[in-house]
Write a protein that binds this ligand. Structure first.
Ligand code: FCB
Length: 451
């Protein structure tokens, strides 16, 4: 049996827009996702109807034996127009949710921003506009004042890289811009600044409550597709784009020189970065949330724009990562590489120091409605990889599986099922899958049986 540290947080994760529905309830304002329809054509208006069914969902969480639940607060429910006044009914909703979780011994792990920006703020430039950072700081302060007496674990921004990449470069996520590299990097900076401002707001309220705060980036370990110099070089370069841009800023107070030079070559001076910004971004945090799904295997593509590289799925490609010859994949085509999680965690410790880490997302698309053996194997192998990192001295404090429920998977809609619990989108009935039962045993024992 692989034992996990005492007090380890065994959690599941969701986000507001992906599960709540009830987009017009209790004075909620519109969010950018209400106005955006992704490739699938599916919409989040009803989703899992969790806003109305939350009590039963909390009972279900208790049945899963989890002692942590990561969820996000919908900014447009608390501040419908992005500026005062506040909407009391929205505040009260999460108040009740937090209390119900705590009554069942479940620690709330609360994300402030999981992509549902109030549409009113998009109308004035969204994350491209520096003003939005201050609106976010006010919203964060509202949350700390409302729930900070009970919530100990806060996460500021979910996956800033994805917000820029899919929302500004590829047009796949709200607000739907394409090919806008300047928009992308401006938004990265403002999201990081928003993170730093939220940390400052929490600190200004004193440390007496023992609350902890951190960023939740998605990080992908990088491996070159071959030992060739060109592949090695782009593997490092893309690591600067995806990982170092965010980690260096938060933990070193500077952007990596190589990546900064790349942006400047394309865009000229990055004058949206002002004096003092990096100090605010690097305001010390208490832990790091890590969303890990898959590694990136990198191949040089000198003619590709804006970046001269490609991500390949390693099929009969020998990589230095030790995974080769047709790795297993999820139903979404994502390679399944648990050992890369160990590499990633050890590397974060080596490069950025021994900050506590919480795995804030890790999961996979498998379509089986109930007997999801492949999901069990996926979680088991990733927990073993996590355990190996802990054994190597990385201070990992928890694991939140993505996701608690099948839900609205953004541009990909309802087809991609990530849940431990199946949702029938006709009846909205919830049915725990085999993986849910398996995971609840692990959580109860605080250990992974040998296999
Ligand atoms: C992450 C998101 C999360 C979910 C999973 C599958 O990028 O943070 O909301 O969509 O991927």
């Amino acid at each position: 049996m692989r034992r996990f540290p005492e007090g380890f947080l065994w959690g599941v994760a969701t986000s507001a827009y992906q599960i709540e529905g009830a987009v017009d309830a209790d004075g909620r304002g519109a969010s950018i996702w209400d106005r955006f329809t992704g490739e699938s054509g599916d919409r989040g208006d009803l989703a899992c109807d969790h806003y109305r069914r939350w009590r039963a969902d909390v009972e279900l969480l208790a049945e899963l034996n989890v002692n942590a639940y990561r969820f996000s607060i919908a900014w447009p429910r608390l501040i419908p127009t992005g500026r005062a006044p506040l909407e009391r009914r929205g505040i009260d909703h999460y108040d009740r949710l937090v209390d119900a979780l705590l009554e069942r011994g479940i620690e709330p792990v609360v994300t402030l921003y999981h992509w549902d920006l109030p549409q009113a703020l998009e109308d004035t430039g969204g994350w491209r506009n520096r003003e939005t950072v201050e609106r976010f700081a006010e919203y964060a302060a509202t949350c700390f004042d409302a729930y900070g007496d009970r919530v100990r674990w806060w996460l500021t921004i979910n996956e800033p890289w994805i917000v820029g990449l899919l929302g500004y470069l590829h047009g796949l996520h709200a607000p739907g811009y394409k090919g806008d590299v300047l928009g992308e990097v401006t938004v990265f900076h403002h999201l990081l600044l928003a993170h730093g401002r939220a940390v400052q707001e929490l600190r200004a309220r004193g440390d007496g409550r023992g609350s902890k705060i951190g960023l939740a980036p998605n990080l992908s370990p990088h491996y070159p597709a071959s030992e060739g110099a060109a592949d090695l070089a782009v593997s490092d370069a893309s690591d600067g784009y995806v990982n170092r841009w965010f980690l260096d800023a938060v933990f070193r107070g500077s952007y990596p020189d190589d990546m900064r030079a790349r942006y400047e070559e394309l865009l000229g001076p990055l004058d949206f970065i002002r004096d003092g910004d990096l100090a605010a971004i690097a305001e010390p945090t208490d832990y790091l949330g890590v969303n890990y799904y898959a590694p990136r295997v990198m191949q040089a593509a000198p003619d590709d724009r804006p970046w001269p590289w490609r991500v390949i799925v390693p099929d009969n490609v020998r990589t230095t990562g030790g995974f080769t010859d047709g790795v297993a994949r999820t139903e979404a085509g994502t390679p399944i590489v648990p050992t890369a999680l160990t590499d990633l965690l050890v590397r974060i410790r080596d490069d950025y120091g021994p900050l506590p880490i919480m795995i804030t997302e890790n999961g996979a698309v498998f379509p089986e409605p109930v007997h999801d053996e492949r999901r069990i194997a996926f979680i088991r192998d990733h927990l073993a990889a996590l355990h190996e990192a802990i054994a190597a001295g990385v201070p990992v404090v928890g694991y939140c599986h993505w996701s608690f429920l099948d839900n609205f998977e953004w541009a990909l809609g309802y087809v991609q099922r990530f849940g431990l619990v199946h949702v029938d989108y006709e009846t909205l009935a919830r049915t725990p899958k085999d993986s849910a039962r398996w995971y609840s045993e692990i959580a109860l024992r605080n250990g992974l049986p040998d296999y």
